[in-house]
Every structure is written in structure tokens, then in C-alpha cells.
Design a protein around this ligand. Structure first.
Ligand SMILES: Cc1ncc(COP(=O)(O)O)c(C=O)c1O
Length: 376
């Protein structure tokens, strides 16, 4: 008999919860990971099970550099890469290495709400900078720089969570120029960079490390499996050396060494590339299904822009609508979403909500959107 497996945030059976920003079970590639694990363990030597090299196993970093060179369309160097336990762990690490309690960090308004908690865990003060359809507003950033000296700016440049939009290439360049001029770091969370369903997004910040002011975070969570708990930081060699001064890293060595061995096989045998192609195809159809269903059921009461990648739609309602209490009552219709206010560092954005299209089939997406409409 098969065991029941669950996960944090799982919806009760029969409920369609678009608040879940995680892949659906059919997109978690058990066979691919099994084959990669078998290939690794068949040839593994005992020292592979020792602590790994602090910055990451050289063979993994070489494979990753090749993967990023192709994926980002610009040569990546293994000596500018550092293995992490995914972007959440990387955010915790950069908060401890590149900031100290009491420092200010800039975030986008809205932004990924779980990052707020990581920054607060480190005693950092959060200041929100607005975004629009072209991403982070550079003028607002300039204005806030008049009164703050941030340790870093946290940005989600491509297929924003929750906004869905991407910061334009021109703005990325302006932001890097400002970071150099005003001496702050850009911590770019590029978790959705490779999940594009129409056009290729603007160049990743990971291709701009020569500025010495960019720390780009990447993760295998959205392109392979969140449970691998594996990611990377791409930055200049000097900043990478600073990361290696962390007590946690010094004590434990390479973060998630075994996962890095397994993921290396998936890069080298081409199965990761094929899996990403499959994700692009499936998510493309899910984006279209959600856009269609929204036009049918919400076209008269909400506004949104169809995202070109990532996981999320961000809907805006009239100012008088408060989506948080509506979410509470959504239980009655066995469907749900994330309320906009959780993504605000200022307790605002009540008239917005976020929908993820990653966790459900096209059919369920259509059903769930129809269920939600009577609540509004
Ligand atoms: C913007 C953003 N950053 C980080 C994460 C978490 O990344 P990881 O699984 O690599 O820790 C997510 C997952 O939803 C995310 O949307």
C-alpha cells in the first residue's frame, strides 16, 4: 500500500488553492532524480560522503557554470559560483554576511513575503520601493537613497513574485550604475529566470557580476524539485570570498553536498534541460488557461497583465475591495488564493490578490477560477 505524503500548505482534498506557489505532483520528476542518483552512487568514492569543499564541489560548479552560460546566454565562471541550500538559505546567508542588525534593506513593494521574515530574523529594517509594469521604479529608488544607506536592495527581476512582471534591461543597468555610485549591493532573486513561456527575459543580474555590486541567487526548486534544497550564488570572486567567512559555512563545508552530486548528473546527461523544456510547455498552457478563465469570470471587476513566465498572476480590484476577508470566506467555495496585503512591507495592497497557476491542471484552473467569482 502506498503511503500518504503531504507537505506544508497542502490544500484539503477537493479544494483548489491558488495560494500554493509550488509545482504539481505530475511535474516533480521522480524517475529523473532516481536515474541521476543511481548514476552517481554506482561510481561514488567514499570521500564523496565527506564534508564538501566550502564553495561547492568543483565538478558541480563546472557543470553549473556550463548550465548557466547556456541558460543566461553569457559565459559564467565556476570561480564566481557558490553552492547554497536554495534561495531561502541564500537570503539568510547574505543577511548575515552582508548586513548587520539595525541595517536597512530595500525590498520591492510588493515582494516575496517570506523574505521579509528572513530579513526581520536578522534585525534588518525593511523599506519598500514601488514597482510598475517595467519592474522596480528607479526614480523611487533614487529618492529613498537620499534618506537611507541600505546594506542591500532585494529584487526579484524576472517574473516577479507576486507581480509577474520583469524589470526591463534598461532599468537593470540603471540600478547597477546606482549601486556602484551609492555603494550598496543588489541581491537579485533569479528563481524564475529560466521559466519563460513566450520571450526570453532581460539578461539576468548573474551576467553583471563584473560590477562587484551584484549577488545573484539561483535555485533548483522551480526548475527541478524544491526538496533537493539546492541552489547557487553567482557573484564576484571578492564577494564570494566574503561568503566563505560565514561561521555556518566554515563549520559545515559545502551546503547540501550530496544533492549537488545528484544534480550534477542531471546537468551532464541533459535530463535537466529536457525537464525545463517540459515545464515551459506545461506552464505555458496553464498560463493561457488561467488568463482565459480570468477573462471569462473576472474581466469586469479586476485588472491584470498575463505573466510571461514564473508562477503568478497579480489581480487588482477597486480600492474598496479587501481581499483578506474574502480569502477567509473562500473556504465555503473550496477554492483559495493569497491576499495582496501579505506581500506588502507596509500593510497595504488590500485590493490585490495573487494566484499561482503552477500547482493545478488546466481543468482545475478553469474550475477553481469559476468557483472564486461568486465571492466578489
Ligand atoms: C521569489 C522567491 N524566492 C525564493 C523562493 C524560495 O526558494 P528556495 O526554494 O530556493 O528556497 C521562492 C519560492 O516560492 C520565491 O518565489
Amino acid at each position: 500500500m502506498s503511503e500518504t505524503v503531504t507537505f506544508d500548505g497542502a490544500a484539503p482534498t477537493g479544494t483548489i488553492n491558488f495560494g500554493i506557489g509550488q509545482p504539481s505532483a505530475d511535474l516533480l520528476p521522480v524517475d529523473l532524480v532516481r536515474q541521476a542518483s543511481e548514476a552517481f552512487f554506482q561510481k561514488a568514492q567514499p570521500l564523496e560522503l565527506n564534508y564538501g569543499v566550502t564553495q561547492g564541489d568543483k565538478r558541480f560548479l563546472d557543470s553549473l557554470a556550463g548550465f548557466l552560460s547556456k541558460g543566461y546566454g553569457s559565459p559564467a565562471r565556476a570561480d564566481e559560483l557558490f553552492v547554497t541550500g536554495g534561495n531561502s538559505q541564500a537570503l539568510d546567508l547574505v543577511s548575515s554576511v552582508f548586513a548587520k542588525p539595525g541595517d536597512t534593506v530595500f525590498v520591492e513593494e510588493p515582494s516575496y513575503f517570506l523574505a521579509f521574515q528572513i530579513f526581520r530574523d536578522h534585525g534588518l529594517n525593511i523599506v519598500g520601493i514601488p514597482i510598475d509594469e517595467d519592474g522596480l521604479c528607479v526614480e523611487s529608488l533614487q529618492r529613498e537613497l537620499e534618506s537611507h544607506k541600505p546594506a542591500f536592495l532585494y529584487t526579484i527581476p524576472s517574473y516577479h513574485n507576486p507581480g509577474g512582471q520583469s524589470t526591463s534591461a534598461a532599468r537593470r543597468e540603471q540600478i547597477v550604475a546606482l549601486a556602484k555610485e551609492r555603494d550598496f549591493l543588489i541581491v537579485a532573486d533569479e528563481v524564475y529566470q529560466l521559466l519563460y513561456y513566450y520571450e526570453v527575459p532581460p539578461p539576468a543580474y548573474g551576467t553583471m557580476t563584473a560590477s562587484e555590486h551584484v549577488v545573484s541567487l539561483g535555485s533548483f526548486s522551480k526548475i527541478l524539485a524544491p526538496g533537493m534544497r539546492l541552489g547557487w550564488i553567482q557573484t564576484s570572486r571578492d564577494l564570494r570570498n566574503e561568503l566563505m567567512t560565514s561561521g555556518f559555512v566554515n563549520s559545515g563545508g559545502s551546503i547540501n553536498h550530496i544533492s549537488s552530486h545528484i544534480v550534477r548528473q542531471t546537468i551532464d546527461n541533459g535530463s535537466l534541460d529536457s525537464h525545463i523544456e517540459k515545464l515551459r510547455d506545461v506552464y505555458h498552457r496553464r498560463v493561457e488557461a488561467m488568463d482565459d478563465a480570468l477573462r471569462q469570470h473576472f474581466g469586469d471587476i479586476a485588472e491584470w497583465t498575463r505573466p510571461g513566465g514564473g508562477y503568478f498572476f497579480w489581480l487588482r480590484f477597486e480600492e474598496s475591495v479587501d481581499t483578506a476577508p474574502i480569502r477567509e470566506s473562500a473556504r465555503e467555495v473550496t477554492a483559495s488564493f493569497q491576499a495582496g496585503s501579505v506581500f506588502s512591507s507596509k500593510g497595504q495592497l488590500n485590493n490585490f490578490l495573487r494566484l499561482s497557476f503552477a500547482h493545478y491542471s488546466e481543468d482545475d484552473i478553469r474550475k477553481g477560477i469559476a468557483r472564486l467569482r461568486p465571492l466578489f
